[in-house]
Design a binder for this molecule. Structure first.
Ligand SMILES: Nc1ccn([C@H]2C[C@H](O)[C@@H](COP(=O)(O)OP(=O)(O)OP(=O)(O)O)O2)c(=O)n1
Length: 162
C-alpha cells in the first residue's frame, strides 16, 4: 500500500522515521524500580494503583488530541510545545506500562515478541493486505509456521537484520 487509507499520507515517508536510542524495556524497568525504591514508593505501586496511574496518563495524552479532528502523521498541526507534551505523556504511559508489567511479574519483552508472532499468524499478509478490519476467524491461527516464516523473511528483506 503506497497511501494511507486514513489521511492520504505516503507510507514511504513514515518509513523514514526512526527512534534515536535503543533503550530497552529492561532499562526502563530497572530505572523506574530504582526511582521508586529511592523514594520508598514501591509501597504505592501495587498492580491496581499502577494500572490506574497508566490509565490517567493515557487520559492526559488523549487530552492533547481531543476536539482537533483527525491529525496528520508527524503532527505538523501541533506547536513544538504541544509536541513536547505528547512526548512526555507517551513517556509516562510507557513508564507506567513497564512498571505494571513488573508488578504483575510479566516478562514484557518476551510476551511482546510472542504476541507479535501471533498477530502475524492472525493477520497473514496474503489475507490482510489493504484490509483494516478485525479477524474474528480463529481458524486463521492454524497457519502458524508458514506465516511466521513470511514475517521473518519480510523483515530480513526490509532492513537486512536478524
Ligand atoms: N507515585 C508516582 C508518581 C510519579 N511517578 C513517575 C512516573 C511518571 O512518569 C511520572 C508521573 O508524574 P506525575 O504524576 O507528576 O504526572 P505528570 O508528569 O504527567 O504531571 P502532570 O499530571 O502535572 O501533567 O512520574 C511514579 O512513578 N510514581
Amino acid at each position: 500500500m503506497t497511501h494511507s487509507a486514513v489521511n492520504g499520507t505516503s507510507n514511504s515517508l513514515d518509513n523514514e522515521f526512526r527512534f534515536s536510542s535503543d533503550l530497552s524495556l529492561e532499562n526502563i524497568r530497572s530505572d523506574q524500580h530504582k526511582f521508586c525504591e529511592e523514594r520508598n514508593w514501591l509501597q504505592f505501586h501495587p498492580p491496581r494503583n499502577v494500572l490506574l496511574a497508566l490509565v490517567g496518563e493515557v487520559g492526559e495524552l488523549s487530552e492533547l488530541f481531543q476536539w482537533r479532528g483527525e491529525v496528520t502523521r508527524g503532527l505538523p498541526e501541533f506547536t513544538s510545545q504541544e509536541k513536547v507534551r505528547v512526548g512526555e505523556e507517551l513517556s509516562d504511559v510507557l513508564i507506567y506500562l513497564v512498571d505494571l508489567a513488573e508488578q504483575c511479574h510479566i516478562d514484557l519483552p518476551a510476551v511482546v515478541k510472542d504476541k507479535m508472532k501471533k498477530n502475524a499468524v492472525k493477520y497473514p499478509v496474503h489475507r490482510a493486505t489493504g484490509r483494516g478490519d478485525k479477524n474474528d476467524d480463529p481458524s486463521a491461527y492454524k497457519q502458524e509456521t508458514s506465516d511466521i516464516g513470511d514475517m521473518q523473511r519480510e523483515r530480513e528483506e526490509g532492513d537486512g537484520s536478524e
